[in-house]
Design a protein around this ligand. Structure first.
Ligand SMILES: Cc1ncc(COP(=O)(O)O)c(C=O)c1O
Length: 360
């Protein structure tokens, strides 16, 4: 990317993981041009919608039916409405540090949402009763700092939710890039509903609720008591055309390469920080890496995070201000070397700065 002053950056933010093939990926641009000639949106089902939905149901084991939205936020809203309708209950359980977009239920603006610590099954168990409609979980805390789920945790949440009669919603908006069949496929989970977004739109606005047929069918327009879910741009054909290509090129070998490259880059980042005497920790899930500047497993030092972000910009690397970076298939060996060099340079700047401060 090039900023308005003409400075060039290698983008390892990729619009917060949505651009898994980078910017202006050739096959997506071509598919968009072809689709645009047919018009961008129609108030009726379209063959391109069907194709993307079929790609999703064939690839992801928990996906029986698909309902498209325009964002992950909207998908979370719809999933909560489906869960409430299906159970006749009101409460939502989610995790501290969890992120499902910015609708009121998910940002602490309603009294219906209970937050419990991630990786704590006892805490989940303690709040599950016959008032809980749904438990929302991410396969790893994404925005919350790329914190992995402990072994057995997600399976435990699924079992607890099921035995309490609550809908288990797994939010794969970020994690879909980590494994060919999603994290639920890799772990053999069977969530009632999945949230999808980001990469299934190939860089265009998108979200989807997918999952058990009997739950998704609650939204079927033909039902007399249908749960109304309309939206002028839901499943627009440009998004569907781009999403189709995005998923097609994110095959098992592309994912394996991305995850492998991310592992090596993470190791390079740790070595570079060590060499410059800058205290960091890293966490990683697939091709998403978090550099924690506090050294305590979380970004508790916003000043250091901001300093690292600025130093990286000076080195020509565009990462998230909160310390997250993620890879796209557009980054070849040469670009990955430049990213690693950028981190080396950034840590050297921070190390020198600290020495300077110490000296005065
Ligand atoms: C796990 C997760 N869920 C939901 C969302 C919300 O998606 P959107 O930004 O498309 O509304 C995000 C966005 O970052 C996310 O990371």
């Amino acid at each position: 990317v090039v900023d308005v002053d003409g400075n060039e950056y290698l983008d390892v933010l990729n619009n917060y993981t949505a651009l898994v093939h980078g910017h202006a990926f050739g096959p997506i641009v071509d598919a968009l041009a072809r689709a645009a000639r047919d018009g961008s949106v129609h108030p009726a089902p379209h063959a391109r919608q069907l194709r993307l939905a079929q790609t999703i149901t064939q690839r992801y084991p928990a996906a029986e039916l698909v309902r498209f939205t325009n964002s992950g936020t909207e998908a979370a809203v719809l999933a909560a409405r489906i869960a409430r309708r299906a159970t006749g209950r009101q409460r939502i359980v989610m995790f501290e540090g969890g992120y499902h977009g910015t609708a009121p239920d998910f940002v602490g603006e309603t009294a219906d949402t209970i937050r419990v610590p991630y990786n704590d099954l006892d805490a989940v168990s303690a709040v599950l009763d016959n008032r809980v409609a749904a438990v929302f979980a991410e396969p790893f805390l994404g925005s919350g700092g790329v914190i992995a789920a402990a072994e057995g945790f997600l399976r435990g949440v699924e079992a607890l939710a099921r035995s309490a009669g609550a809908v288990f919603v797994l939010d794969e908006v970020q994690s879909l890039r980590s494994a060919y069949a999603g994290v639920h496929g890799a772990l053999g989970l069977r969530p009632d509903l999945l949230l999808m977004g980001k990469l299934i739109g190939g860089g265009l606005p998108v979200g989807a609720v997918v999952g058990r047929g009997e739950l998704l069918e609650l939204t079927a327009a033909a039902r007399r008591d249908s749960l109304l879910h309309s939206g002028t741009f839901n499943g627009n054909v440009l998004t569907c055309a781009a999403g189709e290509e995005s998923l097609r090129f994110l095959d098992a070998s592309a994912i394996e390469r991305l995850n492998g490259c991310a592992g090596r880059l993470e190791a390079d980042i740790v070595t570079a920080a060590d060499k410059s005497g800058v205290a960091i920790e890293t966490t990683r899930s697939g091709s998403i890496i978090q550099v924690h500047t506090s050294g305590a497993g979380r970004n508790t030092d916003p000043t250091m995070a901001a300093a690292l972000h600025l130093a990286l910009l000076l080195e020509g690397v565009y990462a998230a201000p909160r310390g997250m970076l993620n890879l796209s298939t557009a980054l070849g060996e040469e670009e990955l070397r430049r990213v690693a060099d950028g981190y080396r340079g950034a840590f050297a700047r921070l190390g020198a700065l600290r020495e300077g401060i110490g000296a005065t």
